[in-house]
Design a protein. Structure first.
Ligand code: BTN
Length: 256
């Protein structure tokens, strides 16, 4: 185990820093499948990801050394597979909570787990779960956060923005990483202990475009509607004008 100074019990205690890798999610997945058991909470971070992956087969681009690109191993064997969206909520709320210490307002969570400042994307999360029977066996949680990158290519989707562009000053990557690890651990242990948690309420309250009329597309059909929240399994509930509420899974709806 590599040592570090994180004030956590296990998240980030085994921290492996790489100078370059294709994707920290890929690397962690391979490591976790080796015969030697990897401690839960292991974090792989990379200065440079040359084939970073985003949701829906997108690429995740980040200038080397400027931002946080890391993956975390959890074994949430206590979670039924149909409750796996709890992890999406947990991680987005954790990142939002940490960023709220740096940014006073305009932070939100774009369903399912993009982190937004105003109408711009500051971070994204790629969760890859392994299910055994009716329970989760392993979760690889990849987080990309734009921290000290000064500019972004015009071709990039999602109108990216970085913390330093907003704050006009750089932020220490290791401090930020340790804060995110601590926040994830806190929420994770609460979830694991079965204590009543208001995670869902916090997640929904912070949803981007909640209760606001906006434009969406479903299979090429453009419609106006209002996000009302999520259902039990995390599908997005949108109420189109003059229609009943619709529920969407990943990839089924596009924010216009
Ligand atoms: C998205 O917004 O589409 C999700 C982006 C997730 C990017 C992170 S960076 C660390 C980890 N490794 C990857 O290849 N992807 C995730």
């Amino acid at each position: 185990m590599q040592n570090n100074t994180f004030s956590t019990l296990f998240v980030g205690q085994n921290l492996i820093k790489l100078s370059a890798v294709d994707s920290t999610n890929n690397y962690l997945k391979k490591l976790a499948s080796n015969s030697e058991p990897l401690p839960e909470g292991t974090v792989i971070m990379a200065d440079h990801q040359y084939a970073g992956r985003g949701m829906q087969g997108n690429v995740w681009l980040a200038e080397p050394g400027k931002s946080l690109t890391f993956s975390l191993l959890l074994r949430p064997t206590f979670l039924p597979a149909d409750q796996q969206f709890e992890l999406n909520m947990l991680v987005s709320v954790a990142v939002n909570n940490v960023l709220s210490k740096y940014l006073s307002n305009h932070l939100s969570i774009k369903w399912p787990n993009d982190v937004y400042v105003g109408d711009q994307k500051i971070g994204g999360v790629l969760i890859e779960n392994v299910i055994a029977g009716s329970k989760l066996k392993q979760s690889i949680i990849g987080i990309g956060l734009n921290v000290n990158q000064a500019s972004f290519g015009e071709e990039l989707a999602g109108r990216p923005v970085s913390l330093s562009q907003i704050l006009q000053q750089n932020v220490n990557l290791m401090v930020l990483l340790s804060e995110i690890c601590a926040q994830i651990e806190q929420l994770y242990l609460k979830l694991k202990s079965g204590k009543s948690t208001n995670l869902r309420e916090i997640y929904v309250t912070n949803l981007y475009r909640l209760h606001k009329m906006a434009t969406y597309s479903e299979n090429g059909r453009i419609f106006e509607g209002v996000i009302e929240g999520i259902n039990k399994t995390g599908q997005l509930r949108i109420k189109p004008l003059n229609e009943d509420v619709l529920e969407f899974g990943f990839k089924e709806v596009v924010f216009i």
